[in-house]
Design a protein around this ligand. Structure first.
Ligand code: SF4
Length: 432
C-alpha cells in the first residue's frame, strides 16, 4: 500500500512543480513514506535522516517530510526528537501535502497533519491523474481495519475500515489500463472486507473483480491482503467465472494453533480456515496459497508450534512469510511477556526450512514445462526479460522478440528456490 501511496504523493507534488530525481544531492524535498509493520521502522527513519544530514552538511537543507504509518503513530515524538524533520503527514492526510508544502515555503512553520480524513483523501485523489504506468500496478480500494488483532497497529494507524466508492475505483482502473497497465492488484489492509453501499445496492470485492474482468486490455487481476473471515462465497465463486483473476491467494492465518489464534484475537479458528481452502480448491483445483506466520507469539508453546508445522504441511503453501513476533507499541500484545528469543529463532528456522522445501518442490515441477508469463521488464543490455507466472513466481528468460506487457509462454529450463529461468520461443519451429 505504501507503494501506491508513494505514487499518489508524487502525482500530487508534481502538480506544484516537483519532479523525481535519482540523484539524492539534487533533491529539494525528501518524502520518507514509512511502514510501521516493518521491524525497527522508527529507527530506520532516524538513520535515513542522519544520512541526509551528512549529505547536505555543506549545502542548503532540503525540505524533509515523514509520511505513512510511523508518522501517524509517533508524530509528536518525532518532531521533538529530530528537528531536521519539517513536516509529518499521516497516511489518511497525504492529499493535503501540496498545500502543506506551499504553506511551508511561505512561512517556514513546522507542520503536523495526522487526521483520519480518508473520505476527503480519495475524493481529492479522484481528480488527479494517476500517472502510474508500470505493467503491474497497485490500486487501493479499501483502507483501515475493524478486526483489531492483538499484535497489529493497522487499526490505530490507518483507522477504521473504509471502502472507496465503487465507480471511483472502476474509473481509476480504466485510467491505469489506458496508461498501459496490464495487471491490477487491488489493495486493502482488509481487502476482502470491501463493502460499498450505493442506492441500496451493495458492491463487494467480487463486484469489482467481475467488472474489472470485462476491461479488454487488462490481463490479470489480483488482490491483497485478505482475512479468512471475509472469504465469502460470492468471492470464492469468482475463481470459477473470472478468467483474469489469478489462481493464487495470499491468505494469512498467523498460527496453526487455535489457542494462539484466540490469544491473537484472529476471530477464526483452524477448522474454519481449512474449510475456506477446501472450498476454493473445489472451485478451482489449480489454485495455490501463501500465508503469513508469526512465530514465538507470547505464550506460544512447543505444542502450539507443532500445530503450525502440521498446518503448513497439510496445506502445502506455495510460499509464505514468517517472522518472529515483535511488539508494536500501543497494541495489547505489546503488554505481554516476550518468549525466549533463541527458542523463537530455532522455531522460525524450522518453519522457513519447511516452507523453502515446498517452494523448491513446486518450482521443480515447472522444469521442461511451459509457463504463462506476464512480461514486466527487460534486463539491461541483454535479450533477457523479467516477468511473473500466474502464481507470482519471478521468471527470468531469454527472448529475442517480445514486448513488455505481453503474455508469453516460456519454457522453464532451470529453477532456484525463489525464481524460474527459461526461454521464450516466438514460433513452434524454434521450440521444437
Ligand atoms: S485483520 Fe490484518 S490489518 Fe486487521 S488487525 Fe488483523 S492483522 Fe491487522
Amino acid at each position: 500500500m505504501n507503494e501506491y501511496d508513494s505514487n499518489r504523493i508524487y502525482d500530487l507534488a508534481s502538480i506544484i512543480g516537483f519532479d523525481k530525481t535519482d540523484t539524492k544531492k539534487e533533491a529539494d524535498c525528501f518524502v520518507l513514506n514509512t511502514c510501521h509493520i516493518r521491524e525497527k521502522a522508527t529507527e530506520k527513519v532516524y538513520h535515513e535522516i542522519g544520512r541526509l544530514k551528512k549529505l547536505f552538511r555543506d549545502s542548503k537543507k532540503p525540505l524533509v517530510i515523514v509520511s505513512g504509518c510511523v508518522a501517524q503513530a509517533e508524530s509528536q515524538e518525532m518532531v521533538k526528537r529530530e528537528p531536521y524533520i519539517d513536516m509529518i503527514v499521516g497516511p489518511q492526510s497525504y492529499h493535503k501535502i501540496t498545500d502543506m508544502i506551499l504553506s511551508y515555503q511561505r512561512k517556514r512553520n513546522k507542520l503536523n497533519e495526522t487526521e483520519f480524513d480518508v473520505i476527503n483523501k480519495f475524493d481529492q485523489l479522484e481528480n488527479i491523474y494517476n500517472s502510474q504506468n508500470k505493467i503491474s500496478s497497485y490500486l487501493t480500494i479499501q483502507e483501515g481495519c475493524d478486526k483489531f488483532c492483538n499484535f497489529c497497529v493497522v487499526p490505530y494507524t490507518r483507522g477504521p475500515e473504509y471502502s472507496r466508492p465503487y465507480k471511483q475505483i472502476i474509473n481509476e482502473a480504466k485510467q491505469l489500463v489506458h496508461n498501459g497497465v496490464k495487471e491490477i492488484i487491488l489493495l486493502g489492509q482488509n481487502v476482502n472486507a470491501y463493502n460499498f453501499l450505493n442506492n441500496k445496492k451493495i458492491f463487494k470485492l467480487s463486484s469489482l473483480i467481475r467488472e474489472l474482468n470485462k476491461i479488454k486490455d487488462l490481463k490479470r487481476i489480483r488482490y491483497m491482503t485478505s482475512h479468512p473471515k471475509d472469504m465469502t462465497n460470492d468471492l470464492i465463486n469468482c475463481y470459477k467465472d473470472c478468467e483474469k483473476l489469478m489462481p493464487f491467494l495470499h491468505l494469512p492465518i498467523q498460527s496453526g494453533s487455535d489457542r494462539m489464534l484466540k490469544l491473537m484475537n484472529r476471530k477464526h479458528d483452524k477448522k474454519y480456515y481449512l474449510s475456506v481452502i477446501e472450498k476454493l480448491k473445489s472451485i478451482n483445483k489449480d489454485i495455490k496459497f501463501s500465508s503469513d506466520f508469526i512465530i514465538g507469539y507470547p505464550e506460544e508453546t512447543e505444542e502450539d508450534f507443532q500445530e503450525t508445522i502440521e498446518l503448513i504441511k497439510k496445506v502445502e503453501f506455495f510460499n509464505s512469510y514468517s517472522y518472529i513476533f515483535s511488539p508494536r507499541s500501543g497494541t495489547p500484545a505489546a503488554e505481554k511477556q516476550l518468549n525466549n528469543l533463541e527458542e523463537s529463532k530455532k522455531r522460525l528456522k524450522k518453519v522457513q526450512d519447511i516452507i523453502g522445501n515446498f517452494q523448491i518442490k513446486n518450482n521443480k515441477k515447472f522444469v521442461q514445462k511451459y509457463c504463462e508469463v506476464l512480461i514486466e521488464n527487460k534486463l539491461d543490455g541483454k535479450d533477457q526479460y523479467f516477468g511473473r507466472t500466474q502464481f507470482m513466481t519471478p521468471v527470468i528468460f531469454q527472448s529475442n522478440n517480445c514486448k513488455l506487457g505481453e503474455l508469453v509462454n516460456v519454457k522453464i529450463t532451470f529453477f532456484s528456490q525463489n525464481n524460474l529461468f527459461g526461454v521464450h520461443y516466438r514460433n513452434k519451429a524454434q521450440a521444437a
